[in-house]
Design a protein around this ligand. Structure first.
Ligand code: ADP
Length: 225
């Protein structure tokens, strides 16, 4: 039954951009739409969405089937955050959002697959960027708690209601479907992040004081001795 439900959701998710692309093309063929840059841009946007969705699905299926290997090495948390900061600098500036990084001093290195943890951070920071209106602020913190490092990403964005919080790590879940769809979210990013964190024996969770009150996503990575 779960498999049927999954196939049905995927079909639905694929149909939405396909229907839009077909609509634009038919409009062009009938002469209802003019062949101007704006129309092509709209088609391009829908194709991007389709591509992102297919990429995310492939990634998710690899993660869920266990058909992937972590390439673990010792990494310092500051190296990870330097990468994130430079990858996102432009996008934050464009949206006039502040990106602040706070790393506690003398943190130990962790044994992780660097690219995968960067992907987790990218998904979280990318969401904060997407769901925080201009002039807001995103803070990334790293600290030690017992035998774990905790990475957290807090924003001053749209927040998440208490009823929706338990669902956001589920595949395809979006809190405000139209809003997320308008911005092209597939609802898979957090599912992928969770699978990657769990593959590192960590945990991931979210808290929010409610709609309009920002969100904080935190994940733990065990420190091995
Ligand atoms: P999407 O691609 O839609 O962002 P995700 O799996 O990354 O998919 O997130 C699932 C949903 O959780 C989003 O559609 C959004 O409704 C909600 N969400 C995720 N991050 C945030 C955030 N920082 N602030 C508010 N809502 C968020």
């Amino acid at each position: 039954r779960m498999k049927t439900a999954f196939v049905s959701t995927v079909s639905h998710e694929l149909r939405t951009p396909l229907t839009a692309i077909k609509g634009y093309l038919e409009g062009l063929m009938d002469g209802v739409l003019t062949a101007d840059p704006e129309t092509y841009q709209q088609i391009h946007t829908e194709i991007n969405r389709l591509q992102r969705l297919v990429n995310d699905l492939q990634e998710l299926s690899q993660l869920e089937s266990g058909a992937f290997q972590l390439e673990v090495k010792e990494v310092s948390p500051s190296t990870l955050l330097d990468t994130i900061q430079s990858n996102f600098a432009n996008q934050f500036e464009e949206k006039n959002l502040q990106l602040v990084v706070e790393i506690k001093p003398n943190l130990p290195q962790i044994l992780v697959d660097k690219d995968r943890i960067i992907q987790v951070l990218t998904n979280l920071v990318g969401n904060s960027l997407q769901y925080t209106p201009g002039n807001g602020k995103v803070v990334i913190k790293v600290l030690r708690e017992n035998s774990n490092l905790l990475f957290s990403v807090s924003d001053t964005g749209i927040g998440i209601s208490a009823e929706q919080l338990p669902n956001i790590f589920n595949r395809f879940y979006r809190t405000d479907k139209s809003r997320a769809r308008a911005s092209g979210g597939s609802g898979i990013g957090l599912t992928i992040a969770k699978a990657l964190v769990q593959a590192h024996q960590g945990r991931i969770w979210a808290i929010s004081d409610g709609e309009g009150k920002g969100s904080t996503f935190t994940f733990s990575i065990p420190i091995r001795k």
